[in-house]
Design a protein around this ligand. Structure first.
Ligand SMILES: Nc1nc2c(ncn2[C@@H]2O[C@H](COP(=O)(O)OP(=O)(O)OP(=O)(O)O)[C@@H](O)[C@H]2O)c(=O)[nH]1
Length: 376
């Protein structure tokens, strides 16, 4: 299963995992109910005398089996879809359990089933054991299913208390053991789920850290390399404008040389903070490409809109500089700005180069200016 298909919200993940587990564990179960019924019927005293009820039972368990198989997991992995799927699937499990419980009671009650009674009782024990160990995700529903499997048979045995008390007591005793086993297997399921969620969280956190620049908390070069081609491909497909702004601080080396590397670092962090204040849309991706070079990727943004924002950023920085470590630090930046053009840009790399060339020209023009990327 690709990582992208796994829901990342903890609650959705828990529902998704439960739905997957339920689906996998329920797939084979339905076959055994059908088999148990066929064996109980075919080994009864005279199966041909019960042709109609035998066939009706077979049809019922075949239908329930088919419904289980056909009930596929939802395509959409939202909380509500997953919850609805789980609820519907549990309805099938509960109906099947009740159907079998009643079939078992019938085999205990009717003398026609005398030769196959043991088959039916052993099947009930097997089904409820499987229930306790395999469907412990939902404790309450699992208990209900086990009671559906068991109680009709116990009631039928109760009607013949004189002769059946030993079997009834033994089955009731085993049921109490299963309820204890269910509690333990439910706790274990929850613990495994919590562990899986923790692992998922840690992996995401690690992934996030590996894509974040430590100094500025902007996305880093790795994040840019991942995001940029995806956004370009999407702009190409949808035809929406995608703008790229490249920023390079002017004469940054002098700041390091004059005031030290620590102040240089603080300048970079303050510069990133200023970027956040200007490029504020949730969809704007702010990145530090390395050293004193930054980028902003703006989806659904025309060249003119990107130019306006870039120019506003440049002017504010040029007029006010930055407040760094309690002192005023004059600072300017050069910018290259471009908008993806499918007729011009054969690839994301070609688009980047066009904007990078504009930045280069901004530097060559004397810095502290914005240059628009050329179109051929
Ligand atoms: N403090 C600090 N300095 C850095 C960091 N990364 C790169 N630099 C410095 O940034 C400076 C970049 O210098 P240059 O590439 O010559 O560019 P510039 O001085 O800004 O000149 P122009 O870009 O041409 O305007 C170098 O002195 C690097 O050491 C960093 O993380 N922290």
């Amino acid at each position: 299963m690709p990582d992208s298909a796994i829901p990342h919200q903890p609650h959705t993940f828990a529902l998704w995992r439960e739905a997957q587990d339920t689906r996998v564990r329920t797939r084979l179960g339905g076959i055994y109910y059908l088999l148990a019924w066929l064996l109980s019927w075919l080994f009864s005293t005279a199966p041909s005398d019960m042709l109609l009820s035998g066939l009706l039972g077979t049809a019922l368990f075949t239908l329930l089996l088919a419904l289980r198989w056909l009930h596929r997991l939802p395509q959409e992995e939202s909380d509500s879809c997953l919850r609805a799927w789980i609820d519907r699937h549990w309805s099938l499990i509960l109906v099947t359990s009740l159907a079998w419980g009643l079939a078992h009671a019938w085999t205990l009650y009717s003398t026609q089933f005398e030769p196959s009674r043991l088959i039916a009782t052993l099947s009930t024990v097997a089904f409820s054991t499987a229930m306790a160990f395999s469907f412990s995700m939902r404790k309450g529903r699992c208990i209900l299913a086990m009671l559906f499997l068991y109680l009709p048979g116990l009631a039928a045995l109760g009607l013949h208390w004189e002769t059946q008390q030993a079997l009834l007591i033994t089955l009731a005793f085993y049921l109490s053991y299963l309820l204890l086993a269910l509690s333990r297997s439910h706790r274990e399921y929850q613990a495994t789920l919590a562990l899986e969620q923790e692992l998922l969280y840690q992996r995401e956190r690690f992934d996030q850290l590996s894509r974040t620049d430590n100094l500025t908390q902007l996305g880093n070069r790795l994040q840019f390399n991942t995001l940029f081609p995806v956004l370009v491909a999407s702009a190409q497909r949808v035809g929406s404008p995608l703008s790229l702004v490249l920023l390079d601080i002017d004469f940054f080396k002098r700041i390091n040389d004059e005031f030290g590397h620590a102040l240089g670092d603080a300048c970079l962090a303050a510069f990133a903070e200023r970027m956040r204040a200007t490029f504020r849309r949730d969809s704007d991706a702010l990145l530090r490409l390395g050293g004193e070079e930054f980028a902003v990727l703006m989806v659904d943004t025309t060249l003119e809109q990107a130019r306006e924002l870039g120019e506003q950023f440049r002017q504010e920085l040029s007029s006010h500089g930055l407040e760094v470590q309690g002192r005023h630090q004059p600072l300017t930046t050069s910018l290259g700005v471009g908008c993806f053009d499918s007729a011009n840009d054969a690839s994301s790399a070609a688009f980047f180069k066009r904007v990078d060339d504009a930045l280069y020209r901004a530097k060559a023009n004397g810095r502290d200016c914005l240059v628009l990327a050329d179109l051929d």
